[in-house]
Structures are given as C-alpha cells and as structure tokens.
Design a protein around this ligand. Structure first.
Ligand code: SF4
Ligand code: MG
Length: 289
C-alpha cells in the first residue's frame, strides 16, 4: 500500500463542514493507495458542481470540463492513452441531467472509465434546486410544492443500457466505498459507482441518519452481481431498505478501446509520428488547401 500523503495537495477544500463529499475524497485516495496507483498514472475528469471540485483536492492530473460534459472527454482521453487509469467525477445533476445523453451513450460503448457519481439528489453549488434524482415531493426553491416528477434511477438505467459494472456506495461508509472504487478501477470496462452523498445544506431529507437506518450491504445479503435479473430487482429497491455494494458486474465483455483497430498497436499518445513522404504531404495539401 502506498502512503496516503502521496495524494495530498495544498489546495484549500471549500466544501461545507459535514458535506458527504469528504467521505468520497477519502475513499478515492484510499482506493488509489491500496491499488498502488501513483499520481502520474491516474487522470481525473470532472464537470461542474460541488463534487466536481474533488479532483482539485487530489495530487494527480485533472481536467475540469464544462457542465455535463465530463464523460465524453474522459472517454476521448482513454482512447488517446489507454495505459492511464481514467476516473470521471460528476454530480447527479451534472452527470444524469445536463450530461444525461452522454451517460446513456457511454453505457453501451464500454470504455474502461470509472465514473463516480456523487448523488446528493439536489443541485448544491447553484443553491438547492431539485435534480433528476430528487425524490417525489422534495421541496426546493424550484419545487416549492414538492417535486411532481418520478426520480431518475441511475442503477436500472445503467444496467438496462449495457453497463458492465454498476455499484452503489454511501459516503458515510468510506471504507466500504473505497472497496467499491477499487473494484471499479480493476474492472475492465465502464464502471459506475453511484454514491449516496448527503448535502447537509440543501437536502434535509436524505441525511446521514436517513441512510444509516436504511442501507444494507449486498455482499452480506447473498446477492450474486453476475445475475442480471437479480441485479435489476436490487436496483429498484428504495425505501425502508436501500442496497449498497456491487449491484451488477459482467465479465468478459470487450472494452471500446479493445475493438478499435487503430489502437491495437498501443496508445496513440505513445506512437512515434512517422515523417510524411512527399506524396502523402502533396495529397494532404491538395485535400485541405
Ligand atoms: Fe456539500 Fe451541499 Fe455544501 Fe455543496 S452545498 S459543499 S454538496 S454540503
Ligand atoms: Mg447534486
């Protein structure tokens, strides 16, 4: 195991005291240390939102994209250099709402990208509007009479859309969450880790106590993640009992980058650029000028 201090940097953390994002940050660092992945071997992407600041607080290479667009940019980076571990951090509004179409499409493409979705069921950074995963009846500044919409279920959508790894963690249990993130990094293919993350300022319903009374671990309940039907049933469970753990995992599916012929000779980022011959240069000049 590597020293956790390796991932510390001097950037001041600006999350509210008690925010669930602290547990996720600790779990991410712990997973990297336990897997002995050095900072230069991991590439973080994030969108916009409170949780998307997480890569700022890790000593690693990071790219903050624009709202909702982290997933396709992470996939592009993975295609350019598939030797790197690519971890994409989004919120629920960012990843499932504004970036919802990217979410749907990455599921069926299966690049080897880890997607950690900090699901606090609210837009936190923009001061508490309802989000796609907000529960029906959730009162916010934009839903003063309570949300009238059915909450988006990322787990059933991911399994149905072709994801090969789907897990749910709880930021109040960072040790368990670190294990899920490690499994997601080790999985070959797109891996979603949806994290129940209390927002202590704008979500007074889905609190630490709310989750502590309800969550149970799938690995202690005899769940087989390879059983797709059982996974769909567990993914729909919400209320008195909420499952956390690996919900679904399919092994042996090819990744996107495995199937791209141009990548078989190794990562593009590591190829030597052969000098153009006069005929190739002339053909390019004719095509583009
Ligand atoms: Fe965390 Fe909510 Fe504060 Fe954002 S507003 S930092 S999600 S507690
Ligand atoms: Mg949110």
């Amino acid at each position: 195991m590597l020293d956790l201090k390796l991932y510390n940097n001097p950037v001041k953390v600006t999350w509210c005291p008690g925010c669930g994002d602290y547990g996720i940050l600790n779990a991410v660092k712990s997973a990297l240390a336990q897997l002995e992945i050095y900072p230069h071997e991991v590439l973080f992407f994030s969108g916009i939102g409170c949780g998307s600041k997480l890569p700022d607080y890790v000593n690693a290479i990071a790219f903050t994209t624009i709202h909702g667009r982290a997933l396709p940019i992470a996939m592009g980076a993975k295609l350019a250099n598939h030797d790197l571990h690519v971890i994409c951090i989004t919120g629920d509004g960012d990843g499932y709402g504004i970036g919802g179409n990217h979410f749907l499409n990455i599921l069926r493409r299966n690049p080897d990208v880890v997607h950690i979705a900090e699901n606090n069921m609210v837009y936190g950074l923009t001061k508490g509007q309802y989000a796609p995963t907000s529960q029906r009846g959730f009162v916010t500044s934009t839903t003063p009479e309570g949300s009238i919409e059915i909450a988006f279920n990322p787990l059933t959508t991911a399994i149905n859309g072709g994801a090969t790894f789907v897990a749910r963690g709880f930021s109040g249990d960072p040790k368990h969450l670190a294990k899920l993130i490690m499994a997601a990094i080790q999985h070959k293919g797109y891996a979603l880790v949806d994290v129940l993350q209390p927002c202590v300022i704008y979500n007074k319903i889905n609190t630490y106590d709310y989750y502590r009374e309800r969550v149970y671990k799938l690995e202690e309940a005899g769940h087989d993640p390879a059983d797709r039907s059982a996974a769909m049933q567990r993914a729909q469970e919400w209320g008195d009992r909420i499952p956390i753990g690996i919900v679904y995992q399919a092994t042996g599916e090819p990744t996107y980058e495995d199937q791209v012929a141009a990548l078989r000779a190794g990562p593009l980022a590591k190829r030597r650029l052969a000098p153009l011959g006069p005929e190739q240069a002339e053909a390019l000049r004719r095509e583009f000028f």
